[in-house]
Write a protein that binds this ligand. Structure first.
Ligand code: MLT
Ligand code: ZN
Length: 458
């Protein structure tokens, strides 16, 4: 590993904020996975695109790898720096332009926190369509680099669907201004979409133009208790026809237990169910809602349910879903983030249920996910006495079977968390050899020296 010191940076990257403090190196070298021991050699804080370009040029000259870094809330190790890299934190690039009401969009720098975009949109009477539990700390650049999904994909799509324009610095040091906020642009390959979801392996995103939506009408939230997981898809089909859904989430009772213990709250329903669905939809009249509820009861899909009567109650119901991840984080769960087409969800659920019962009889298994868009999070908790290494290798063995089932349905081994370091060995379950080879050659074009986020994704 080459070493660098303050003198080096003063000489080559004058005026740039940098840190070589051990504590800072440790903090910025890891993400929420805590996968590897952080060991970057420097953390750099550019303030504009030109400084990012200068960093790329200097790193190329001296052969340093670069790890682009946002809020480091990732769950696949995409922002881990464990091998003497320079971490390029975008957190000092937080400029937000005023909302453009004529075009319903906003210009932001990459380090802007997701929640700040949501707030800016709201203040202008508009709406940013992407939301998830880590919205308070994740950054727009990271969201774009991982094509973040979340809880409202059903209505507004993924981060990809919000990006009207992108500024980025490639691994070759070129500044690209992509699509410039245009709605229509039929001039060949849309490189913007190549960078979205590229996990910092092709370019460092420095700014974006994001689409905003009309302010949504008032919404209700319904939390329903399901007798078994087979009820979830007929329930979804019926709810999609009955309501204007903006979210349809799913979780098992084990998740409710974890959230209640962590947050010190009571379960949502008097009678516990094995599974739950959380629906968010545009407010509708009470008769429609009650009729639908009764039909769902008669069909045997649901056992019980509660409907929010105020915004505050809606937030309280959301907590049972949104706080699952933070509740189980201290147990260092083995996480799966898989997706299939919605029509294949029942078949996949059936197979996974059987697999899990056969192979994980002693493990606590938590099911949750954004089932309305085919995305399921399967989390396995380590038995307390079991050594971490034994747990990990057992999970990895079962992983092969889980991913084989996903492959059978032509699904994705990473729906919204990205590939990073964690899912990289299994990329071939979702991508063909020809696709992977094309991805490699694209990487070579954007990043000829292979400096950007090495070891991630490919
Ligand atoms: C969620 O859906 O809660 C997030 O993707 C985080 C997680 O899977 O733990
Ligand atoms: Zn999720």
């Amino acid at each position: 590993m080459k070493s660098v010191n303050h003198q080096y940076f003063q000489q080559h990257l004058q005026g740039l904020d940098i840190s070589l403090e051990p504590q800072v190196l440790e903090t910025y070298g890891r993400d929420w996975t805590h996968l590897r021991t952080p060991a970057p050699s420097a953390v750099l804080f550019p303030r504009n695109t030109e400084q990012v370009q200068a960093i790329v040029e200097q790193a190329t000259a001296d052969g340093f790898a670069l790890v682009p870094s946002g809020g480091r809330t990732g769950l696949s190790g995409g922002a881990v720096a464990a091998d003497g890299e320079w971490v390029v934190s975008l957190e000092k690039m937080r400029a937000v332009s005023g909302v453009n009401r004529t075009e319903s969009c906003i210009d932001v720098e990459a380090g802007v926190i997701t929640a700040s975009v949501q707030q800016a949109a709201e203040q202008a009477g508009l709406f940013y369509g992407v939301d998830f539990a880590s919205a308070g700390s994740s950054q727009i650049g990271g969201n774009i680099a991982t094509n973040a999904g979340g809880i409202r994909v059903l209505r507004y799509g993924l981060t990809r669907d919000q990006v009207l324009g992108l500024t980025a610095v490639t691994g070759a040091g070129e500044v690209l201004e992509l699509n410039q906020g245009l709605v229509k642009n039929a001039t060949g390959y849309d490189l913007r979409h190549l960078l979205i979801g590229s996990e910092g392996t092709l370019a460092i995103i420095t700014a974006a133009t994001l689409k905003l939506w009309p302010k949504p009408p008032l919404r209700d939230v319904m939390l329903l208790g399901l007798s078994d997981h087979q009820a979830v898809m007929p329930l979804f089909a019926s709810a999609s026809n009955g309501f204007k859904l903006s979210a349809f989430e799913f979780f098992s009772h084990a998740c409710v237990e974890q959230v209640c213990a962590h947050a010190g709250i009571q379960p949502p329903l008097e009678q516990a169910s094995n599974y739950y669905a959380l629906l968010e939809f545009d407010q509708t009249d009470e008769t429609t809602m009650l009729n639908w509820f009764e039909q769902a009861m008669d069909a045997g899909w649901i056992q019980d349910g509660v409907i929010s009567q105020s915004n505050e109650q809606a937030q309280q119901l959301w907590a049972y879903r949104e706080r699952i991840s933070e509740s189980i984080a201290p147990r260092k769960p083995y996480k799966n983030d898989i997706a299939v087409r919605i029509g294949s969800v029942p078949g996949l659920l059936e197979e996974l249920d059987e697999l899990v019962n056969r192979h994980y009889p002693d493990f606590e298994v938590l099911w949750y996910g954004h089932i309305g868009d085919g995305n399921l999070h399967l989390n396995i908790l380590k038995p307390e006495q079991m050594p971490q290494q034994t747990f990990k290798s057992q999970c990895e063995q079962v992983n092969e079977l889980v991913f084989a089932a996903v492959q059978k349905y032509q699904g994705s081994i990473s729906a919204e968390h990205g590939v990073g370091l964690l899912k990289q060995p299994w990329l071939n379950f979702s991508r063909s050899p020809a696709e992977i080879e094309l991805m490699r050659s694209i990487k070579r074009q954007f990043d000829p020296a292979g400096l950007l986020n090495p070891g991630k994704l490919l």
